[in-house]
Every structure is written in C-alpha cells, then in structure tokens.
Design a protein around this ligand. Structure first.
Ligand SMILES: C=C(O[C@@H]1C=C(C(=O)O)C=C[C@H]1O)C(=O)O
Length: 355
C-alpha cells in the first residue's frame, strides 16, 4: 500500500474517532440528566435490565461487522463509564486480584470502577450491607462442584438483593518455573481447582505429587513463583500477573466448566421481559409442604431452572431459581400466598438457563 493511501485511511479513522468522541460525550450528558432524575426519585443508578434492552436493540439493528459479543463489550464499557461519572461505584469481589470472581466483576463493571478485593464471601456481604461497597460479586455455583454454601448462607442471613447473574467459562493453567513436568514436586491451588483438573493430573502422573490446597488460585501462583520445584493450578491472568511461566493451558477435565456469579446490592430491578428470580424456601415440618408449594408454581406454568436443598443453621431450606420476575402476573400471587415461608433474593436479567 502507498504511503498516501495509508495516510488517507488514517485521516478517515481520525474523523470517525472525533465523531465518536463527540457522540459519546453527548451521551454522557444525557446519562447525567437521567442521573439527576434518579437522584430526585431515589432510583438506583445501575439498571441491568435497561442495559440489556439497549444491547438487544442494537444487536437487532446491527448491519455491520460487529457481533453480539463485540457490541456487548463496547457498550457495557460505555455504560460502566457513564454510571461511574454519575456515582463512583465500589465493587467488592472475592479476591485476590486476578481471581475468577475478579474477572466476572471486571466483565460487568469495566475498567473505570474501583474494586475492593475481599478474602471471604461473608466479608463481601458485610461490605455491601454496611454500604462500603455498592456492589458485591460472589460465586454461587460451578458446573463441576455445585452450589457455594457460604453464598447461600449469606443470602439467607443478609437482606441484600441479587441484581444480576454473570456466567464465566472457567479455564485453568498449570504454571511453574520448572521446565519439565517431572521436576514438579508440589502443586498449590484451591481445593475445587484440583477437583476440576483430576484427569489432567492423572494423565501426567501429577496425582502422585503433593497437592497443597490454599485459599485461592492466584495465591497459588504467588507461592509457585518463589518456590523452586512447585507449580500452581491457576487462571491464565493469575499466572501472567505473577510472571509465572505457563506449561499447559485449559487443563480442566470438562470442556464446559463454568461458574455462575451473583452481583448483590441493596436495590431491586424492574421487569425486563427475560428475567429469572431466586428465592429461599423455608418450609415447616408439615409433610408435603414443598410439594404444595411447587404445585402452585407448576399450575401457574412457571419454569424452574434450579432446586437445591441446603441446611442453614440446622434448618432445611431450598434454593430455587425460576423463570420470570417476582412482579409478573401469576408469580406475584404465589409469592404472596407463601410469603411466610419464602425469602425473595432478587429478580434479574436471565443470562443463562442452567450451568
Ligand atoms: C442512563 C441510565 O442509567 C444507567 C446507564 C445506562 C446507560 O448508559 O445507557 C443504562 C442503564 C443504567 O445502568 C438509565 O437508567 O437509563
């Protein structure tokens, strides 16, 4: 290509960028006006259901090269930046830095938010409950390891709302300063990560090597970089952050290893037309009480996406997800009827059917 041709194309890009900048700033002005209205009415700044509606509309209008993922990546960042200009958002996540929960948080709240790494799920609920953070990001379930009981216990204990779900494909790497697998004498990781990589470890004879469970996969990388003869099972970013060489990528046994996260806050979402609701059901000892409850939902044609039994403080409770919003016709009546035995945890835009 000639120098002149390149110059011309770059000029074109500069002009487009100038327009984009002008338009985005104009958009920020309008977001600010919405923010002023919300401040008067006490409404929440973050409205995931509205953001989803915008992305859906843009996808349906789209005629260019961008696919849904690209539109989402661009616009979620624009939304996050506009929300931050209105009100800086503190996001508490299950750390340390580089953890999967951190990735889930950044995916939703973008590069401009301020993030606080918290070392326990309970700590995250406390941080949001005491208003030190506006949002908390916690894991709720993994496709290989099931439900996260600490999160259920905290949802039971605190009066916070689930305002969004985020689903992340979980990939692990084996990272080490050792050049050869045979030189690895110890592996550090989180207990569930060892579980998720059992077959890989067996295939490479690493099931014979000492496996040391610690609180997080990123901490594993931190240890492994300083300890000759050791390795870590950790996320790609965890290895990169610690300059730990990656020996193998995607070592998880299942190729659809996913974790679902909840974003918790102190407000309720409006209806989006594509919602999911999570509740906890505490039933009396009366036999068949759960069945009565489920039949009401079934008769109303409500689709359950998850039912898990769980013991909290000695009592048996059920964690249930179903399609629809708590204020939808048909659902509202059933929730009212059973209000003494249920706790509504939140209605939020449905990202996924089940993991
Ligand atoms: C501007 C609003 O507030 C926030 C910002 C949005 C945006 O930038 O378009 C959309 C939804 C909200 O999270 C709104 O509610 O319309």
């Amino acid at each position: 290509m000639s120098e002149a041709g390149l110059l011309e194309l770059r000029n074109k890009l500069d002009n487009i960028d100038n327009e984009l900048l002008k338009l985005i700033n104009e958009r920020m002005e309008v977001v600010h006006q919405v923010g002023v209205l919300k401040a008067h009415s006490g409404g929440a700044i973050y409205r995931p259901e509205r953001e989803k509606a915008i992305i859906d509309r843009l996808e349906s209008l789209n005629e260019g090269k961008l696919n849904r993922a690209a539109i989402e990546a661009l616009f979620l960042e624009i939304f996050a930046i506009s929300r931050n200009l209105e009100l800086p958002e503190n996001v508490a996540y299950l750390g340390p830095e580089g953890s999967f929960t951190h990735q889930a948080a950044e995916g939703r709240f973008g590069a401009m938010s301020s993030y606080v790494s918290i070392s326990s799920i309970k700590g995250i609920f406390r941080e949001v409950d005491t208003k030190k953070a506006r949002f908390g990001v916690v894991p709720i379930e993994n496709s290989s390891n099931g439900i996260v009981t600490d999160t259920i216990n905290c949802l039971n204990k605190y009066n916070l709302k689930i305002i969004a779900e985020v689903v992340l494909d979980i990939h692990h790497t084996l990272a080490s300063t050792c050049d050869k697998v045979e030189d690895i004498k110890r592996i550090y990781s989180k207990d569930i990560a060892f579980e998720q990589c059992r077959k890989f470890l067996a295939n490479f004879g690493l099931d014979e090597v000492e496996q040391i469970p610690i609180e997080s996969t990123t901490k594993a990388a931190k240890i492994a970089i300083n300890e000759p003869g050791s390795a870590a099972i950790c996320p790609h970013v965890g290895a990169k952050l610690n300059n730990l060489p990656i020996l193998f990528e995607n070592i998880e046994d299942k190729d659809n290893n996913r974790t679902r996260f909840f974003i918790i806050s102190d407000f309720e979402n409006g209806q989006s037309g594509n919602d999911k609701t999570s509740i906890l059901v505490k039933l009396s000892d009366k036999q068949g009480a759960l069945v009565d409850f489920l039949i009401d939902f079934k008769n109303a044609g409500v689709n359950f996406t998850k039912i898990k039994s769980h013991i909290a403080e000695g009592n048996s409770i059920f964690f249930i997800d179903f399609d629809g919003h708590k204020d939808d016709d048909g659902i509202k009546e059933i929730l009212d009827k059973h209000k003494d035995s249920i706790k509504i945890l939140g209605s939020y835009v449905k990202e996924i059917h089940d993991i």
